[in-house]
Write a protein that binds this ligand. Structure first.
Ligand code: G1P
Ligand code: ZN
Length: 565
């Protein structure tokens, strides 16, 4: 085999390659700019230092538009930077949770995940690149900060231009290359096998099959899973259809991954997954519905007639019932955690069960250390993320299997389970208002104004009234987090206005958008007895107060949110 030569290419920095809440996300056309993707990949590898030499990395993503050229670039740049092996999902496809699983199972240095998650895909929309470390989780801040520093200084990247990548990801198997006398291997592997095996170890597939197919004494539990044309399609087929006997015609939909997600917004919430909501409302033969996002880490759970389970409640219900899942019987249940804006329903379960509970900043990367330290078993975010320490990413398919396990165990409907839960614990009503793609400057000014209010100290002790409710501010701050394991500090993680009765208003700017600013307002109140009211009605007074304090309409010019979850 003749040795392939690597070359050094001169380049200049881009000033906008700062990774956000979950990697670098930009419009496809930005990643297409000359050297844009090359620079970022080189900086990821440089940030890893000497460890990269001789290392194995996993590569894969949600298959969105621009994945193939990005993978080809990664292959050529990795080979020139002395990486010894890349493990790549067949056709470039790998859900984010499955990447996390394979990094852990193969004990490799890390992985490069090509996804912009729930952001729309296709030539006019978004692409994304993120790095996951050897525990399988998103790179922590100190690594993403290092990557960002490097992107602002980069002068050259190394690449092997003659390495033939055309169609390499289309065929399963191993290709070996000689790059300047070194061996370089590319292995294309089945994207589902390892993940399916992991799920089989965690859950009781026999029980789940009996639930879905029905038995002589129980009718089939009729599910409808919507992959929203994202990457979970291949996992839904492998697990629910092939293993658990779900019907490919009636129990699943949109399970062929498309590189533009069929021009939809692949985000499982009541707005963007309305299709599924409509189907469940139209056909009351369905007992359960679930949708996933583009890269498979998010989930939305619905019961009969599209009874909606908030992600915060979903987390609390799972926390309360984990012992019916074999994995937790074996490994035990350590602590629970939620991101700061997530409603505190799980805190009540933790208190009752005597478990530790952690409140971390927004973003899955903040859960990793706690899991590695054996202090966290189950966690979630209000943004439709739920997961456990089986991997270091949130996991949509896992969440659905967990819910079905609880249903199988309790023999109750989704709605009955929630009502029982609220009866025991009371209910944390929660809603989130998103104002997407606002102008950046006024959105920043709104946040500054809120900062100012907090600094002035005038909020605390003040009462606000709207509708028939009055709320008195007990505390107001900008959330800071000290990681209990490595003592790293994350500051400015969201404005919090905490009221005396436990109600909360939280304001953040999104860190995952690719253009403009998205303002998120999180609204929560707790009711011990009054647990069966409509959430939007219950929260309306607090919403009004939230809009008043922030002067959101004045700053953003928006009368209504673009999305309410
Ligand atoms: C959003 C969610 C956050 C989640 C992230 C990645 O980030 O709010 O909980 O971890 O997507 O899925 P944001 O856009 O708010 O920064
Ligand atoms: Zn995602």
């Amino acid at each position: 085999m003749a040795a392939l030569q690597s070359v050094v290419v001169e380049t200049t920095p881009f000033d906008d390659q700062k990774p956000g809440t979950s990697g670098l996300r930009k419009k496809v056309k930005v990643f297409m700019e000359k050297n844009y993707t090359e620079n970022f990949i080189q900086c990821i590898l440089d940030a890893l230092g000497d460890k990269v030499k001789g290392a194995t990395l996993v590569v894969g993503g949600d298959g969105r538009y621009f994945s193939k050229p990005a993978i080809n670039t990664i292959i050529r740049i990795a080979s020139a930077n002395e990486v010894s092996k890349l493990i790549i999902g067949h056709l470039g496809i790998y859900s984010t949770p499955a990447v996390s699983a394979i990094i852990r199972q193969q004990k490799v240095l890390g992985g490069i995940v090509l996804t912009a998650s729930h952001n729309p895909g296709g030539i006019r929309h978004d692409f994304g690149i993120k790095y996951n470390i050897e525990n399988g989780g998103p790179a922590p801040d100190y690594i993403t900060d290092r990557i960002y520093d490097l992107t602002r200084k980069i002068k050259q990247y190394k690449i092997t231009p003659a390495l033939e990548t055309d169609r390499i990801i289309d065929v399963l198997g191993t290709s070996k290359f000689n790059v300047e006398g070194r061996d370089f291997t590319v292995e294309i592997i089945d994207s589902t096998k390892n993940y399916v095996n992991l799920m089989k170890e965690i859950f009781d597939f026999n029980k789940l099959r009996a639930l879905i197919r029905g038995t002589e004494s129980t009718p089939p539990f009729n599910i409808l899973l919507d992959s929203m044309n994202g990457v979970t399609g291949v996992y839904v087929r492998a697990i629910f259809v092939d293993e658990l006997g779900a019907s490919p015609d009636n129990n699943v939909c949109r399970i062929v991954p498309l590189d533009n997600f069929g021009e939809i917004h692949p985000d499982p919430n009541l707005t963007y997954a309305k299709d599924l909501v409509d189907k469940l409302q139209a056909d009351n033969n369905y007992d359960f519905g679930a949708a996933f996002d583009g890269d498979g880490d998010r989930n939305m759970i619905l019961g009969k007639n599209a009874f909606f389970v908030t992600p915060s409640d979903s987390l609390a219900v799972l926390a309360n019932n984990l012992e019916c899942i074999p994995y937790f019987k074996k490994h035990g249940i350590h602590g629970f955690a939620r991101s700061m804006p997530t409603a505190a329903a799980v805190d009540r379960v933790a208190a009752k069960l005597g478990k530790e509970i952690f409140e971390v900043p927004t973003g899955w990367k903040y859960f990793g250390n706690l899991m590695d330290a054996g202090r966290l078993s189950l966690c979630g975010e209000e943004s439709f993320g739920t997961g456990s320490d089986h991997i270091r990413e949130k996991d949509g398919i896992w969440a659905v299997l967990a819910w079905l396990s609880v249903i199988e165990h309790k023999r109750m409907s989704v709605e009955e389970i929630l009502k029982e839960h609220w009866k025991i614990y009371g209910r944390n009503y929660f809603t989130r208002y998103d104002y997407e793609e606002c102008e950046t400057q006024p959105a920043n000014e709104m946040m500054k104004q809120l900062e100012g209010l907090i600094a002035s100290g005038t909020l605390v002790g003040k009462s606000y009234s709207a509708g028939n409710k009055t709320y008195k501010v007990e505390k107001a701050d900008n959330f800071s987090y000290v990681d209990p394991i490595d003592n790293s500090v994350a500051k400015n993680q969201g404005i919090r206005i905490l009221f005396e009765d436990g109600s909360r208003l939280i304001y953040r700017l999104s860190g995952t958008g690719s253009s403009g600013a998205t303002v998120r307002v999180y609204i929560e109140c707790y009711e011990k007895e009054n647990v069966l009211s409509d959430a939007q009605v219950m929260l309306k007074p607090l919403v009004d107060i939230g809009l008043q304090i922030s002067q959101l309409k004045k700053f953003t010019g928006r009368e209504e949110p673009t999305v309410i979850t």
